[in-house]
Design a protein around this ligand. Structure first.
Ligand SMILES: *[C@@H]1O[C@H](CO)[C@@H](O)[C@H](O)[C@H]1NC(C)=O
Ligand SMILES: *[C@@H]1O[C@H](CO)[C@@H](O)[C@H](O)[C@H]1NC(C)=O
Ligand SMILES: *[C@@H]1O[C@H](CO)[C@@H](O)[C@H](O)[C@H]1NC(C)=O
Length: 519
């Protein structure tokens, strides 16, 4: 955990490591101001990049071969085959041990920062803490993230009735602050030191820490507001019923609101039944339906987090030439005052350590080498791609049947989620969890959340070997077949096979053995 190193400087793709909520308000505000200030400069430089210096493919030799690739049937079968049964299943929640406390010790309130996937873990932990304390949970407050800027509330993202109903035998949950505590707001805590605020919960605090430090607050005041709360509950040395409860929240109680699920279902169905979209072109229908293969009706989700924030923070060279290098360096300077750990290393060092997020071109080459051919239906789960279409076009050349929210759903269908990062992320989460195969171009919160949730459901998830890929891409002499072979071999055991959680690791990424049982 490198929590203390980065301090208050927020980390774009490991939101989880950012510390305080209200104590860092000032810094966040400053960040936002700086971002606004910088927006005008950066917009200008982005357009220069895309107009005059479009990022060119960096691995053109590999790319040429990849475009001509032809995957064998055998390779295709292996690739699309569901994960072999590993003897692990979600534990059956039959314990009757769980019951509501006779009397509530008071109200627990939490304020959650980070993106949607980090907040999700905070919600699970909040339920566990309420259970440990025999307290009533107030529906968690979701902070507005300085990068994503979405003010959607818990109720606008998650189905609150479902949440309360699934947990009704475990803890009491209320939607809103009761009248007598209506003063206990975010603003109240932001303006002064307050006795009901628990500010110093250590990272990965034990259950006893809460009993010793928060229970007295509850008993004195009837309410305790914990902030910051992200990553404030340990994964180790927890009673089994608390662990099971965290699993239950993450995998059962948290369901998106109906309109997100409906849109998600529509996207999934259009990905699975592409012929419906081609009704006007009769030739194409027969062509598509005649093509019987193992992948019929199947799709891969590629999560691509490659926005400017991420690109700048990683300090790698992404092939956009001088203009891009300059723009990213400037961004680092403005947002983090140049204090980016990675910028002390050369691009080569970063790559061989696997610390560079893969570009759309690179993840495309990885997928092609694994055997995904050009008839693969690829859904792009992505917010903004730095460099825009110029950068995505290489990936699109490799996977012409690439889709995204925009290409699959009409403007009207997308109206309710437009410009709302958390809702957009929720739709991508939904489409991702329903996919046959999921892969992420950079490890981060979404990647971890999917690895965990898909492991729980025994679904295939490819975890890119970042260090291997970095090294392969540094070697400019590699032939396509050498590259292919190295990629296949390096990913054989990275397709979703069960990995037992080790001490210190997150139960939300490694659900076995806490949430999963061996048959
Ligand atoms: C897919 O690749 C094959 C073989 O290289 C090629 O003949 C075909 O035109 C490609 N299809 C598309 C849609 O690009
Ligand atoms: C919570 O309630 C249970 C059962 O009602 C009781 O055994 C336990 O001691 C209580 N814990 C606290 C912290 O009040
Ligand atoms: C690549 O090939 C060139 C010429 O064949 C050779 O000089 C160079 O050492 C090779 N580089 C690597 C990394 O193998």
């Amino acid at each position: 955990m490198s929590m203390s190193i980065r301090g208050v400087f927020y980390h774009p793709y490991r939101q989880s490591q950012r510390g305080g909520t209200m104590s860092t308000q000032f810094v966040l505000l400053l960040t936002i101001l700086l971002q606004c200030l910088f927006a005008s400069i950066s917009d200008a430089s982005t357009s220069i990049i895309s107009e005059w210096n479009a990022p060119k493919p960096r691995h053109s030799r590999l790319l040429r071969s990849a475009l001509l690739r032809q995957a064998s049937n055998e390779q295709q079968n292996d690739l699309w085959m569901p994960l072999a049964d590993q003897g692990w299943k979600p534990c059956y929640n039959a314990e009757s041990a769980s019951q509501l406390p006779e009397k509530s010790e008071g109200y627990i309130q939490v304020f959650l920062d980070g993106g949607l996937n980090q907040q999700r873990m905070g919600i699970c932990d909040a339920v566990a803490v309420a259970k440990i304390l025999n307290a009533t949970l107030i529906i968690p407050y979701l902070e507005v993230n300085p990068v994503w800027k979405d003010s959607s509330s818990f109720m606008e993202i998650f189905d609150v009735d479902h949440f309360i109903n699934v947990l009704k035998d475990d803890i009491s949950v209320v939607r809103e602050l009761p009248e007598e505590f209506s003063w206990s707001t975010r603003e109240y805590y932001a303006t002064a030191i307050r006795a009901t605020r628990v500010k110093r919960a250590p990272v990965h605090a034990s259950g006893n820490w809460y009993l010793e430090n928060v229970l007295p607050v509850l008993q004195s005041y009837g309410i305790a507001a914990i902030s910051p709360f992200s990553h404030r509950l340990a994964f180790d040395n927890m009673p089994m019923d608390i662990q099971r409860l965290r699993c239950k929240v993450n995998f059962q109680a948290l369901q998106f609101v109906p309109h997100i699920r409906a849109l998600g279902d529509a996207l999934v169905s259009r990905l699975r039944n592409p012929t419906c979209q081609m009704e006007t072109d009769t030739n194409q229908i027969t062509e598509v339906t005649n093509e019987k293969s193992k992948q019929e009706g199947k799709y891969v989700v590629l999560h691509l987090r490659f926005d400017k924030d991420m690109a700048a923070h990683s300090a790698c060279d992404f092939g956009g030439g001088k203009a891009e290098k300059l723009a990213l360096a400037k961004y680092r300077q403005v947002i983090w005052q140049g204090r980016v750990l990675n910028s002390q290393f050369t691009d080569e060092e970063l790559r061989s350590q696997g610390r560079c997020p893969m570009t759309p071109e690179e993840i495309g080459l990885l997928l092609a080498a694994l055997g995904f051919d050009n008839s693969t239906r690829l859904y792009l789960a992505s917010h903004k791609v730095y460099g825009g279409e110029a950068r995505i076009s290489t990936l699109r050349a490799l996977f012409p049947l690439m889709e995204e929210k925009k290409s699959l759903a009409s403007t009207e269908e997308r109206a309710s989620i437009k410009g709302k990062a958390s809702l957009l992320a929720a739709v991508d989460y939904y489409v991702s969890i329903h996919s046959d195969i999921f892969i992420s171009a950079s490890p981060g919160n979404m990647h971890n959340a999917m690895v965990g949730h898909r492991t729980y459901q025994s679904l295939k998830t490819i975890r890119p070997n970042m260090a291997l890929m970095g090294q392969l891409f540094l070697n400019k002499n590699l032939t396509w077949s050498e590259f292919e072979e190295a990629v296949i071999e390096g990913h054989q055991n990275r397709q979703g096979q069960i990995r037992i959680r080790k001490p210190g690791q997150s139960l939300y990424t490694y659900p076995a053995p806490d949430c999963m049982c061996q048959e």
